[in-house]
Every structure is written in C-alpha cells, then in structure tokens.
Design a protein around this ligand. Structure first.
Ligand code: TYD
Length: 136
C-alpha cells in the first residue's frame, strides 16, 4: 500500500475566548510543510484541482465554510466533506483530486510537502491512468 487519503481531526484548544487549532509539521501533519496556499471566492459550480501530483502530499482544511474533495486513486473514487475548521484531509502523492461544491464563505487552506513545481503536476487524466495511478 502506497498511502491512503484520510480525514485528520485536529485538537481544538477552545476556551471562553474561542478556538485555536495548531498544525505542526511532522506532528499534526504527516510531512514537513514546505508551502501554504489558500483558495477562496470559488463559486458553487466550480471544480478545482483536476490534477495529480507526482511528488507532493497535501493536507486541505476548510478553515471557513465548506467544500468537498473527490479523491481518485486510479481504481476507485471517494468523496470527503470538509465542513469543520478542525478537520483536514490528507492526500498522498499520485491521487487525482477534485475540489468542488464550495460555499460562498469557503476558505480552503492547503498545506503541501513540496515547493511549487509545475512539472510535477499531471493535468491529463488519461496520462494519470497510464502512469498507474496511486500504484505507480
Ligand atoms: P492550480 O493548480 O490550477 O489551482 P487548483 O489546485 O486550485 O486547481 O493553480 C492556479 C494558478 O496558481 C496556476 O497559474 C498555478 C499557480 N500556482 C502557483 O504559482 N503556485 C502554487 O503553489 C499553486 C498551487 C498554484
């Protein structure tokens, strides 16, 4: 097995002032975080992602609002709901992912294990399948 997608529940340090969630590299997040970006302002009917990454692992967290993530490992697909700010989804390398159904207030925080390299993105689904999906 070369890695599964799974939800991570972060501990919430809440008190009467509100909540605080900590995400530390190699502790709460199963890799060393090299890059952070976030996606917002996507309409409900937008589908983002539509790619696989040869090398990069991600954790995605809807720190505000909600979205869905469909993960395809080349054999089967699974849909995850991101609907709470202390829930993240871990995505291993070489899965095909689509993020969609964004709420108007969605802010999708993306933590990545690599710096940006457009060459490690696979943006053609047939090419992804020809590479063997997750089992490459
Ligand atoms: P894109 O990969 O299409 O976003 P999504 O994963 O939501 O489908 O990226 C959108 C644009 O931003 C594209 O021009 C590449 C650029 N970009 C960077 O420059 N650095 C990054 O780390 C990322 C994720 C994207």
């Amino acid at each position: 097995m070369k890695g599964e997608s799974y939800l991570i529940e972060f501990s919430q340090k809440g008190d009467d002032r509100g909540n605080l969630v900590v995400v530390e590299s190699l502790c709460d997040i199963p890799f060393d975080i090299k890059r952070v970006f976030y996606i917002y302002g996507s309409d409900r009917d937008v589908i983002r992602g539509n790619h696989a990454n040869r090398e990069t692992e991600f954790v995605l967290i809807n720190v505000s609002g909600t979205s869905k993530v469909c993960v395809d490992d080349g054999v089967s697909k699974k849909v995850f709901d991101l609907n709470r700010p202390h829930i993240g989804i871990y995505l291993p390398r070489m899965v095909w992912k689509e993020m969609y159904d964004f709420s108007p207030d969605s802010v999708l925080l993306c933590l990545a294990s690599t710096k940006y390299d457009p060459d490690e993105y696979i943006r053609n689904y047939d090419e992804y399948l020809s590479l063997g999906g997750l089992e490459r």
